[in-house]
Structure formats: structure tokens, C-alpha cells
Design a protein around this ligand. Structure first.
Ligand code: NAD
Ligand code: WQD
Length: 356
């Protein structure tokens, strides 16, 4: 049993990872300001894992940019925090173009503040949520970790900057005195939901990303999907992505923590993806099959800033973590639909509040 701090643990990926880590027997303190999430997600995490494991979860409402809030989170743990899984941050590409200062503040300053407080507490193990977005327009598919880091928007710049900050922290230590154990996990396109349908992705406002939009069309919240592009050099002219089930991703975090805690100081940089690409129209068809609903769409021009294809080479993660994805597109759509159909308006759906 390890005492962990999970920043952003009420969010989409954080809540699913919390389930996996609680089920693995760990103690968790979640620090989240609920800027893009709801405490209801954490109540449902508790309900899913059962009362014994639920007793090992605490949460603090607070901001990673606040030293005082971070100190409160460290003080809330019943035992010294041994490792941090750092999800908290802002992630919308378009918003980052409109509000770059906010993105640099939350993503970079927040991460800097977290690392400084960790060091004060003698906690040197960190798993960081990075993104395939740092590769920008990839030169080679599949993308391996040696590909150039060349982000093309402010969100991507902040992720690359935090990756650099972490590398600088590791490099600052003399090898014989090294303490930091850091994993920079570069997620591809996380989608799907817990198979129970009790927790899932709950974007504020109109979704920018394909999956939540498709599932909101299927449930009747939007009339039709806009498919961006019909002339990409792909199987059917639409963009191809590497969609990863959020439960596979959650298990990837557990695997990374296990490796960091078992091995010595190091800096890991790993792609977390399936290695499989699917086009937009393949996703639409798979979602229709899983939901039994139709997903009408219209095809428009390409979306600015999109690449034709992004697919991970996940072999390094398999080698270093002994981890690979186990769930395919069908399961992604089935579980995504279980969540969307039971919670048409996300955590605000009528009658959706947990009783406990
Ligand atoms: P999310 O928005 O659902 O979760 C982020 C959580 O962080 C939310 O609960 C939010 O309230 C919290 N948060 C935001 N600012 C905070 C602050 N200043 N202090 C404390 N908490 C704060 O997003 P997610 O999809 O779960 O993503 C988690 C992480 O993974 C993010 O860092 C994101 O950039 C990264 N990532 C996400 C994707 C994706 O497509 N979902 C892909 C690659 C990387
Ligand atoms: C997927 C495909 C679109 C919406 C984003 C971030 C990236 C990372 C993962 C955080 C593309 C097409 C989309 C729609 C569509 N997140 N599409 N109609 O752009 O690969 O990656 O999430 O780190 O940084 O940029 O994901 O889901 O937006 O798009 O046709 O309404 O679906 O053109 O081909 P993307 P996405």
C-alpha cells in the first residue's frame, strides 16, 4: 500500500485512474479545484470501489498553483506521500490559442509549484500527463519517443515546457545522489468510460473532440456531427487517430508507478497508445453499432491545425512497463455509450447524484 497524491483526480482520466489505484490497494489524496469536473465523479469512484477502498480516498478542493493548497493536500494524507500522479491542467487546444497566459499559468506554473512542494516533502516520484500533441505534425507514423518535440499550439507548448522542466530537474542531480523518479506519459486519444457507465467524460459546453461529440449526437443532444476533411490521404479521406480506452490508460498509470517505485531514479518518456489507427468514419460506424442509434454527419473542409494521421508506436511502453492496451474500438464505443446513455447530461443528469 502506497500513499499517493493525485492532482486533477476528479477529471476524466484522473477519476478512472483513481478507481484502478484504489482497487490496487493504494491510499489516495485527490487535489482538484473542480474547474473542469465535479465532486460527483469522486463520489461515484467511492461507490464503484466499495466501502473498504472508498475509505482510502480523501479529497481536497484546491489549486496546484497555490503552495498553501498543496501543503494542505500533503498534510491531509495519513502517511507521507510517496508519489504524485499529476493530471491537473487545462487541455483545450482552441482555448489555449485564445487564452495562452491562463494555459502557461495553470500548466507550467502549477507544475513548477507542485514539483517544488514535492521536493520540500522529500517526495521524488512523479507521473506526469503529457500528450501526443507535443509531436505536432509527425514526420513518421507510427510515432516513437525519438520523434522531434515540435508542438504547434500553446497547449502543446505548455506540455513540452513541463516535460523540459522535469528533464532539467532530473539533470540537476549528481548521478550518485539522484532521487527523482519521473515518468512523462504521452497519451494519444483517450476515450471510452468505465464499463459500469457510472463515470466518464463530461465536457463543459459543446465538445471539441470527436468522441464526446459523436456520443452526444447519438443521445440526441446535437443534430449531426461535422466531419472535418474528406480529402486526407487516409483510408476514407477522414483523419486517423489512435484511440485509447481510458481504462487501458488508467492501467498504464498503475504500471508506470509500479516501475518507478520498484526501480531506481530515472526519467521515463513513454507513448501510451494502442498502435492502431481509426478514421473518423470508422468511429462513427462503430459507435452506431454499439449504441443502436444513428449518427448523422456532414463532411466539411479540414480543421486548421489537424494532422492526417497520428498513431503511436507503443512498443517502448510495452518493454518498460509490461503494459499494452487490451480494449479495442468496439469496447470503447460500448463503454462510452453505457456512460452517455445513462448520463445524457453528464454528472448533471437528472437523478444522477449518488445517494452516499
Ligand atoms: P480533465 O479536464 O477532465 O481533468 C483535469 C482535472 O484537473 C479536472 O478535474 C480539473 O478540475 C483539474 N484542474 C484544472 N486546473 C486545476 C488547477 N489549477 N488546480 C487543481 N486542479 C485543476 O482532463 P483529462 O482529460 O482528465 O486530462 C488529464 C490530463 O491529461 C491533463 O493534464 C491533460 O492535458 C492530459 N491529456 C489529456 C488528453 C485528453 O485527450 N483527454 C490527452 C493527452 C493529455
Ligand atoms: C480527432 C479526429 C478531427 C471533432 C486532441 C488534442 C490533443 C490530445 C488529444 C490532449 C480529427 C476529427 C473532431 C469533430 C471531426 N489532447 N473531428 N469532428 O485533434 O486528434 O487531439 O485530443 O492532449 O492535444 O488536439 O482529437 O478528437 O479533436 O479529433 O471530424 O467534431 O476527429 O478532425 O481527425 P485530436 P479530436
Amino acid at each position: 500500500m502506497t500513499q499517493l497524491l493525485i492532482t486533477g483526480g476528479a477529471g476524466f482520466i484522473g477519476s478512472h485512474t483513481a478507481v484502478v489505484l484504489l482497487e490496487a490497494g493504494h491510499n489516495l489524496v485527490v487535489l482538484d479545484n473542480f474547474d473542469n469536473s465535479s465532486p460527483e465523479a469522486l463520489r461515484r469512484v467511492m461507490e464503484l470501489v466499495g466501502s473498504e477502498a472508498a475509505g482510502r480516498l480523501r479529497w481536497i478542493e484546491g489549486d496546484i498553483r497555490s503552495r498553501a493548497d498543496l501543503q494542505r493536500a500533503f498534510a491531509a494524507a495519513p502517511a507521507p506521500i510517496e508519489a504524485v500522479v499529476h493530471f491537473a491542467g487545462l487541455k483545450a487546444v482552441g482555448e489555449s490559442v485564445a487564452e495562452p497566459l491562463r494555459y502557461w499559468d495553470v500548466n507550467l506554473s502549477g507544475s513548477r509549484c507542485l514539483v517544488a512542494v514535492m521536493a520540500e516533502h522529500g517526495c521524488h516520484t512523479l507521473v506526469f500527463s503529457s500528450s501526443c500533441t507535443i509531436y505536432g505534425f509527425p514526420e513518421q507514423i507510427p510515432i516513437n519517443e525519438m520523434a522531434p518535440v515540435a508542438p504547434i499550439n500553446p497547449y502543446g507548448h505548455t506540455k513540452a515546457a513541463v516535460e523540459q522542466l522535469l528533464a532539467d530537474v532530473v539533470a540537476s542531480e549528481a548521478p550518485e545522489l539522484a532521487r527523482w523518479r519521473i515518468a512523462r506519459l504521452r497519451y494519444f486519444n483517450p476515450v471510452g468510460a468505465h464499463p459500469s457507465g457510472r463515470i466518464g467524460e463530461d465536457p463543459l459546453g459543446t465538445p471539441n473532440n470527436l468522441f464526446p461529440f459523436v456520443s452526444q449526437v447519438a443521445v440526441g443532444r446535437h443534430e449531426r456531427l461535422t466531419v472535418y476533411g474528406r480529402d486526407w490521404p487516409t483510408v476514407d479521406g477522414t483523419g486517423v487517430r489512435d484511440y485509447i480506452h481510458v481504462m487501458d490508460l488508467a492501467e498504464g498509470h498503475k504500471a508506470a508507478l509500479d516501475v518507478l517505485l520498484a526501480e531506481g531514479p530515472q526519467l521515463l518518456s513513454l507513448n501510451l497508445g494502442s498502435g492502431q489507427g481509426h478514421s473518423v468514419l470508422e468511429v462513427v460506424r462503430a459507435f452506431e453499432a454499439a449504441s443502436g442509434r444513428s449518427v448523422p454527419y456532414e463532411q466539411l473542409d479540414r480543421r486548421p491545425g489537424d494532422a492526417a494521421i497520428t498513431v503511436a508506436d507503443p512498443s517502448l511502453a510495452a518493454e518498460r512497463l509490461g503494459w499494452r492496451t487490451r480494449r479495442g474500438l468496439e469496447e470503447i464505443c460500448r463503454d462510452g455509450w453505457a456512460w452517455q446513455s445513462a448520463n445524457p447530461d453528464g454528472y448533471d443528469s437528472p437523478g444522477s447524484q449518488s445517494s452516499g
